[in-house]
Design a binder for this molecule. Structure first.
Ligand SMILES: Nc1ncnc2c1ncn2[C@@H]1O[C@H](COP(=O)(O)OP(=O)(O)O)[C@@H](O)[C@H]1O
Ligand SMILES: [Mg+2]
Length: 229
């Protein structure tokens, strides 16, 4: 299997008529499948910018980036979209669910893009939701779910899709402790099962599980270390 994620000299600037923001400068790193990686640093240091680049939601201003052996800086928009759908799962602070849609449909809908046969989609989605303790909420509309339930639906979507790269931006920031522990433990388990999980967080519950920590400061890589602090 081609290696996880490599970046060489990656930078990102945001330029407008009013200002030029240097959000990320000269980031080089190499992350392999099967790691739980936590990205740390104060607000505004570039965590989300880095995750958006690694998750192919944004393009670097400079530098090169490989995902699963593919030089993604060379891909067309279509090629990037295909790689996103085939390999990458996302979990944000707000689960990013489709509103006024049932929990089960939120998990099931993206499976079509992953090539899961129609006959298996419902059962796969249902199993993922049950595993996260949502058997009684399968048919609930997302608007009626609590914050913890919403995030578990977002996580169920990842469990059902089994992406190789999982990008999480402050996934426990609006959760209570029990839900934070559940989400963090399940992300860790996905890494143990072979996924590369890259998670921006200041939550001690998440940080103590880190196998690698990337610390950013003013858009620059400050440290990369193995294990929790
Ligand atoms: N789309 C954008 N346009 C202009 N500036 C941005 C944009 N996105 C992020 N920034 C700036 O880049 C810096 C890093 O932001 P971000 O990656 O969101 O930090 P973090 O996630 O660590 O809080 C900040 O100064 C932020 O204001
Ligand atoms: Mg952020």
């Amino acid at each position: 299997m081609k290696d996880g994620v490599q970046a060489w000299g990656v930078g990102r600037n945001f330029s407008s008529r009013e200002e030029d923001v240097v959000a990320l400068v000269d980031v080089s790193l190499s992350l392999t499948w099967g790691q739980f990686v936590v990205v740390q640093g104060p607000s505004g240091c570039g965590k989300s910018t880095l995750l958006n680049l690694l998750g192919l939601l944004d393009r670097p201003s400079v530098g090169r980036l490989n995902i699963a052996g593919v030089p993604v800086h060379e891909l067309s928009e279509g090629g990037r979209a295909r790689l996103r759908r085939a390999e990458i799962g996302y979990l944000f602070q707000d689960a990013g669910l489709i509103e006024r849609m049932r929990a089960i449909d939120n998990v099931e809908a993206p499976l079509a893009y992953r090539g899961v046969p129609r006959g298996q989609r419902r059962a796969t989605a249902e199993a993922a939701l049950r595993e996260l303790g949502l058997s009684h909420r399968l048919r609930a509309l997302t608007d009626t779910l609590s914050g913890g339930e919403r995030q578990r639906v977002g996580l169920a979507r990842i469990l059902a899709q089994r992406p190789r790269l999982i990008i999480c931006d402050e996934p426990t920031a609006s959760l209570d402790e029990a839900n934070s522990r559940l989400v963090a433990a399940r992300l860790m388990q996905l890494a143990e099962e072979g996924a590369l999980v890259v998670c921006a967080s200041h939550d001690p519950i998440v940080i103590e599980l880190a196998q690698r920590r990337i610390e950013l400061s003013h858009g620059r890589l400050k440290t990369i270390a193995d294990g929790p602090p």
